[in-house]
Design a protein around this ligand. Structure first.
Ligand code: AMP
Length: 405
């Protein structure tokens, strides 16, 4: 029997999201989430998609080891346990792969060491991702564990886009450059957009706008990323839920020298208390829209700042690409907030960009066009699916008889 199942794990510092997929027909068998690991109030929610069963449990789950064992138990109850010979690999989301990891990679000791070496540039994410991999290795030491990096899709960026204009010696010594994030989503969405247009990824140029609580834009030429808005860390670029995105770096000197703030305080300010939240006290676009509808000026200004930045990136990436075939909106805001899509495309008719109000108002969970029929450039809503992309890349690497499993 050909093993075709892939378990995808997305391990955060106190949570594990998982999906079991059968790559024969790219079908989800089970999905779930373990939250608040290490607390008394941990929670596991498991859905078996073949039976429709949903099970929840609450109570302390001490660590990632216990969390993965609980996940394994749930899968076993559905008859799709981790001991199944049909499981071909476990695919892991790893946030930072630096310059080293340009492709999905089967994990061995050297890979673990390199992911560990990248902790200083991803202190919040890489340690949790590593814990997830190490735990999965103890559970099924015989299976290939594949790391799929958020940064990998962006490693094709030319040096002109990836380098900051700071002293090269200093940049090289500290590995300071623009890495970009959300790469798995940008890869999936740019390919799905080409599919939607009925063309091959190599033939199309796409601007992908991943607008979630974190947000990033990318310019994708013929399936390869040539620029993206996040940088050394996810702080650069668009206005986000709680992150500032682009600003004059001298703001930081000013806050320290004149404002008397410590570097940690500034870090927290820019990452957790800025963006939409910093501007109006809310980071959820639904709430901001509700407030705007009630005539709230603070929420309106936050929205306008968000849209202004987004529009600048659309224009910038249009110039980077030269020819654009599609602009694709994705993630929580991009997929659901019609006013954000309408406002960010408004006035760009000169670039061949327009949104049809009726198509834009339609809700749905499928990839769809929202530009007028005769538009020169397609505007699309393309729901992202990072787990499917991780499973696809994992299976492409080790499936189809590619291993001895
Ligand atoms: P994500 O990080 O992709 O899960 O996106 C989360 C964000 O999507 C939330 O913080 C909201 O701002 C936004 N969002 C989710 N659903 C909606 C909706 N129906 N309308 C507007 N914004 C939404």
């Amino acid at each position: 029997m050909n093993a075709t199942r892939v378990l995808v794990l997305n391990s955060g510092s106190s949570s594990v999201k998982y999906q079991l997929l059968d790559m024969r027909d790219a079908r989800r068998l089970a999905v779930g989430l373990v939250e608040r690991i290490g607390e008394q109030t941990s929670r596991l929610r498991h859905t078996c998609l073949t039976t429709g069963d949903v099970r929840e449990q609450s109570g302390p789950i001490a660590d990632h080891d216990a969390a993965l064992k609980a996940v394994a138990d749930e899968l076993a109850k559905d008859g799709i346990g981790l001991d199944s010979p049909e499981l071909v690999a476990i695919g892991h989301r790893v946030v930072h792969g630096g310059m080293f990891f340009t492709d999905p990679t089967v994990v061995d000791d050297a890979v673990l060491t390199e992911i560990e070496r990248l902790i200083p540039v991803a202190p919040l994410h890489n340690p949790a991702n590593l814990t997830g991999i190490r735990t999965a290795m103890t559970l099924r030491p015989d299976l290939p564990q594949v790391a799929v990096f958020d940064t990998a899709f962006h490693t094709t960026m030319p040096e002109s886009a990836a380098r900051y204009a700071i002293e090269t010696k200093v940049a090289d010594r500290h590995r300071i450059r623009r890495y970009g994030f959300h790469g798995t989503s940008h890869a999936y969405v740019s390919r799905a957009t080409a599919d939607l247009l009925g063309r091959r990824p190599e033939e199309v140029n796409v601007i992908v706008l991943h607008l979630g609580n974190g947000a990033s834009a990318s310019a994708v030429r013929g399936g390869r990323c040539v620029d993206t808005s996040m940088g050394l860390t996810p702080l650069e670029g668009l206005v986000m839920g709680t992150r500032s995105g682009d600003m004059d770096p001298a703001v930081i000197f000013h806050l320290q020298r004149v404002g008397g703030m410590s570097m940690d305080e500034i870090d927290t300010l820019l990452n957790k208390r800025s963006g939409l939240f910093g501007l109006c006290g809310d980071n959820d676009m639904r709430e901001i829209q509700r407030r705007i509808d009630e005539g709230d000026d603070e929420a309106r200004l936050a929205f306008e700042i968000y849209i202004h930045r987004l529009k600048k990136y659309i224009g910038a990436y249009y110039a980077v690409l030269g020819r654009v075939d599609a602009v694709a909106f994705t993630a929580g805001v991009g997929e659901n907030a019609a006013p954000v899509r309408a406002a960010s495309i408004a006035g760009l008719e000169g670039l061949g960009l327009a949104v049809d109000p009726e198509l834009n108002a339609v809700r749905g969970d499928r990839a769809r066009l929202i530009s007028p029929r005769d538009a020169r450039v397609a505007v699309a809503v393309v729901p992202t699916d990072e787990e499917m992309e991780i499973a696809r890349q994992t299976y492409a690497l080790v499936g189809k008889g590619g291993t001895d499993n």
